[in-house]
Each structure stands twice: as structure tokens, then as C-alpha cells.
Ligand binder design. Structure first.
Ligand SMILES: [Zn+2]
Length: 415
């Protein structure tokens, strides 16, 4: 600990102001990317950047940057931040905490007149959630070269509005030359979105990386027929086959420690009560922190599904619709977070993130790490998402210490 602390009241007040933009009746947020609400939140962030004397940039994906100069402007910056967009009826903290805590870190450094060797840049990434424009993490993916500009610009929302037009409409289509070019470090503070820290009564998650993920699209084809006259033994019922498959997918997770399997979407054709279904489509979401384990589990799953399709006399096809390998964060950043948490006597646990985050792509261009704070009952992407004030403040103070450490901060002796 270096004697410097963030201003708890000011941090909570900023989160409160964010919570009013796109507020839902039940205390959540509905602030989809590049909407009027997103614009209003962005305008507020610009005001806050200006108040701190930061130099402000907006890039061609709408990512926003507030830069605090270092003693050595040519050195690569320490970048901190996350996203301000939310899911439909999402929570007040997912993403928001990472941006507003980053702002609070800079406010605290300014207030205490702390000079750093490296510049510090706050970043607000566009469309992290993927709720309006799929896929998620378009802003960070654009900056890190994961997605082409044309691909990002041509994404459409459900009303057919293109990303590029939505960006222009809210006045946040900036310049390509404003993109983050280089960064030495990227640190993202985020709520856990899982129940582990709360259950184990721990204060901080030191995130080691992000689980790999595969989406396998499965199509089961049987024979559509009338529910009344068709004898039970002659049926090729795609729903019955799919149900057995989904059960085996659920059980598969018991065989591999740390494996998570989910079927969250099911399309039944023709989806009529008195017709034996001829076709079912579903997507398997399968995650593990070890890519080899995930791949092994996938092979076993495919074999099991093939066996079931044979027994049920239905046709089966798979294809991989999305795949991302796991990401391991920088050992140096992980160590720094652990050490700084220890200095503040915060209890910690090393863990992998289940959800994806902007840090996943940033890890491709910078030494990256994440700090998690507890989420009440692990609820997220939901209006009931909640993190206690104390945990928000712990996370922000830890972020401050990590930034000081990595940016070469000179803390005045009077503090
Ligand atoms: Zn998030």
C-alpha cells in the first residue's frame, strides 16, 4: 500500500449517475450499444474526462480514450477500462465498474499530484455485450485486429440498422488514427458474474485467463408426422432424440473437471402440439480453461450424440459455429495484482473467467490482467446484478495500486 486511496464517495456517486442513464424500473440498466442512452453516457464520460484535463480521442469504432500524460510520453501506456454498454435489462455494474473505477483512479492521481513514468489511458470499448450487434467485443476486437473494419461496420441490429450508421447517428464515429496503437499493460476491473468469491467469502479474484469456448450447432432430423395415427414404435421423433442428446451433454460436464456445457437455445420444427417434430436445431456452448480438455470433451460429446441418433433412427449433423481458444493473462500482471492485494490485506483467489471480456482481445497486444470483485449470488446480465459498495471500493483501490506500480508512480511523501 502506498498511502493513496480512491475517493469512495465520488466513485459511488459516478456509478449512481451512470445508473440513471437507461435505468429500468427494477433497478437495472437497459443501455444497448450506440443508442441514445449510450450517447448520453458517453457525453457524460467526455465531461468527466475534460474535468480531469485528459486528452480525449474517439476511434473509428467509437472506442473512447482519455489519456493522462506520463513523465515519459514516448513510453507505452498503462491502459485501464472496460465498457459502458449493457444487456437488455442488464445490471448497473457489468463493464461500468471497470470504466468508472479507471476514471476514479485518474481523479485520485490528479488530486494527489502523482506523476507517473508511463502515460495512463482510460478506455471505454464499444459494443462489448454483443446484445445489439453480434458478435460481442466488437470495439476491442477491432482495435486488436481480431475483426476487419468492414465486418464491424456491416453488423446489423434486429431492425437492420448497420453498426456504421448507428455510430454516425450518435456522433461517435471517430478516426482510425485515434485507435490505441500500442499498450504496455491492460488492466480490467470487473464484477465476477459468478458466485465463487461470495460463496467462499473472498474479496478479490485474481484472474489468470479466460476459458476457451466452442459453439457447436447441432441439427437432428427425424420424420414429421401426425401425433394421433402414428404408432409410437414407428416414430422418428427429433424432439425425443434431441432431449436424450441434451441430457447426455449435461452429464458430460461431470466427467471433466471444470467443463461447462449448456444448451440454451432450441428450435423445434414445425413446433406444433399435435405434430411429431421432423427437425430440431440446438447450439451447445462448451467451455474449459484448458483447450485440450475442451477438445477432448467435444469429441466424446460427438460420439455420444451419434450413438443416440442411431438408437433413435434420426439424422445428425454438426458444425462449429464459433470457437475461441482460452487466453492466459500476463504472469507479471497477475503477480502484481496478487502482491498489491496482499499489501491491502485483501483476501484473494486465482480463477479463470467463464465469460469473455475485452481483456481477452487486449491480451493479444498488451500484458493483460483482470481483477474480479464479488457478484451477489453470481447474478449478472440481469437487473438484480449487485455488488456491495465495499467490494466496489476494494476493487478500485486495488486497481489504483496496480496502476501506480505498473506506471512507475511517484507518490508525494505528504500523503
Ligand atoms: Zn462486461
Amino acid at each position: 500500500m502506498n498511502g493513496l486511496n480512491i475517493n469512495q464517495k465520488r466513485l459511488l456517486q459516478s456509478i449512481k449517475e451512470s445508473s440513471a442513464i437507461g435505468a429500468t424500473p427494477n433497478g437495472g440498466l437497459h443501455r444497448l450499444a450506440l443508442t441514445i442512452d449510450d450517447q448520453q453516457m458517453r457525453n457524460l464520460l467526455i465531461n468527466w474526462f475534460e474535468e480531469e484535463g485528459l486528452s480525449i480521442r474517439v476511434d473509428d469504432f467509437g472506442n473512447m480514450y482519455g489519456r493522462r500524460e506520463g513523465k515519459h510520453p514516448h513510453q507505452m501506456p498503462v491502459v485501464i477500462g472496460s465498457h459502458l454498454d449493457t444487456q437488455p435489462c442488464g445490471g448497473r455494474f457489468d463493464g461500468v465498474l471497470g470504466v468508472l473505477a479507471a476514471l476514479e483512479v485518474v481523479r485520485s492521481l490528479n488530486e494527489a499530484n502523482v506523476q507517473t513514468d508511463r502515460p495512463i489511458e482510460i478506455i471505454n470499448f464499444t459494443n462489448e455485450e454483443g446484445a445489439r450487434f453480434e458478435p460481442p467485443m466488437l470495439g476491442s476486437g477491432g482495435v486488436c485486429g481480431v475483426f476487419e473494419k468492414d465486418f464491424i461496420y456491416s453488423r446489423q441490429d434486429k431492425d437492420g440498422i448497420k453498426f456504421r450508421d448507428a455510430l454516425s447517428d450518435i456522433g461517435y464515429k471517430g478516426l482510425e488514427e485515434n485507435r490505441l496503437q500500442k499498450a504496455e499493460y491492460f488492466i480490467e476491473l470487473h464484477i465476477e458474474q459468478g458466485p465463487i468469491l461470495e460463496e467462499e467469502q473472498l474479496e478479490i479474484g485474481v484472474v489468470e485467463g479466460i476459458q476457451g469456448i466452442s459453439w457447436i450447432s447441432v441439427t437432428v432430423e427425424g420424420e414429421m408426422n401426425h401425433a394421433g395415427p402414428t404408432p409410437m414404435e414407428n416414430r422418428k421423433d427429433a424432439v425425443v432424440a434431441a432431449a436424450k442428446m441434451i441430457e447426455s451433454i449435461d452429464k458430460l460436464a461431470q466427467e471433466y473437471e471444470g467443463l461447462k456445457t449448456t444448451v440454451g437455445q432450441l428450435n423445434v420444427y414445425p413446433n406444433v402440439p399435435n405434430v411429431i417434430s421432423g427437425k430440431v436445431e440446438f447450439i451447445v456452448d462448451i467451455r474449459h480453461e484448458d483447450d485440450e480438455q475442451r477438445e477432448r470433451a467435444l469429441e466424446v460429446m460427438k460420439q455420444q450424440l451419434s450413438t443416440i441418433s442411431g438408437l433413435c433412427d434420426v439424422e445428425l449433423t454438426f458444425h462449429t459455429s464459433w470457437e475461441n481458444d482460452s487466453v492466459t493473462f500476463s504472469e507479471k500482471v497477475i503477480e502484481t495484482i496478487s502482491k498489491c492485494a496482499g499489501n491491502r490485506n485483501l483476501s484473494t483467489k486465482r480463477m479463470f473467467s467463464g465469460p469473455g471480456h475485452d481483456a481477452k482481445y487486449m491480451a493479444e497486444i498488451a500484458k493483460t490482467g483482470m481483477i474480479f470483485v464479488p457478484s451477489h449470488r453470481g447474478i449478472s446480465h440481469n437487473e438484480e446484478e449487485f455488488t456491495r459498495d465495499n467490494d466496489l471500493v476494494n476493487g478500485a483501490n486495488l486497481l489504483l495500486d496496480v496502476v501506480c506500480q505498473l506506471s512507475g508512480a511517484k507518490i508525494p511523501k505528504t500523503i
